[in-house]
Design a protein around this ligand. Structure first.
Ligand code: ZN
Length: 151
């Protein structure tokens, strides 16, 4: 009897972890005119064939004044990527072009717009230290979160 219950419990655990892995393939983030994301952490699964990041700018200000994007990288690489992004300038969305350190980057958008980007979960390692942030000059001080990666 005890063994049967244990097996049932394991089966349930297996089902639920599978379901949550599927749920961890899309991240929805809202950004506003007060230079804020609506979330501080997001969880994704490295086993997702494709991870989608959806960004909605709920504000009204134009991209030149209050542009927002979502860039994903290892946390330790953030400073260097931000520096190179400033050099790349507005036309590049403040993201260095074809940079292997950049795991994902959405377009830079203004108020009322939305955008998304997709990348392979295999680019992330479970348990790694990753961040997501807005690369618009000065924004990442406030617009920065932790990307938690599970298997
Ligand atoms: Zn921003």
């Amino acid at each position: 009897m005890k063994i049967a219950l244990l097996l049932a419990g394991l089966a349930l655990a297996g089902v639920s972890s599978h379901a949550s892995a599927a749920d961890n393939c899309t991240v929805k983030i809202k950004a506003n005119d007060a230079m804020q994301y609506d979330i501080k952490t997001a969880t994704v699964s490295a086993s997702c064939p494709a991870i989608t990041i959806e960004l909605t700018h709920t504000g009204k200000m134009p991209v030149a004044a209050m542009g927002h994007n979502v860039v994903v990288s290892q946390t330790v690489l953030y400073d260097a990527i931000a520096r190179d992004g400033q050099k790349a300038g507005a036309a590049a969305g403040y993201v260095p072009k074809n940079d292997p350190r950049v795991i994902a980057a959405t377009a830079l958008i203004g108020g009322g717009q939305s955008t998304k980007t997709t990348f392979a979960g295999s680019r992330l390692k479970a348990g790694g230290d990753y961040a997501f942030y807005c690369s618009f000059p000065g924004h990442a001080t406030l617009m920065r979160g932790k990307l938690i990666v599970v298997k």
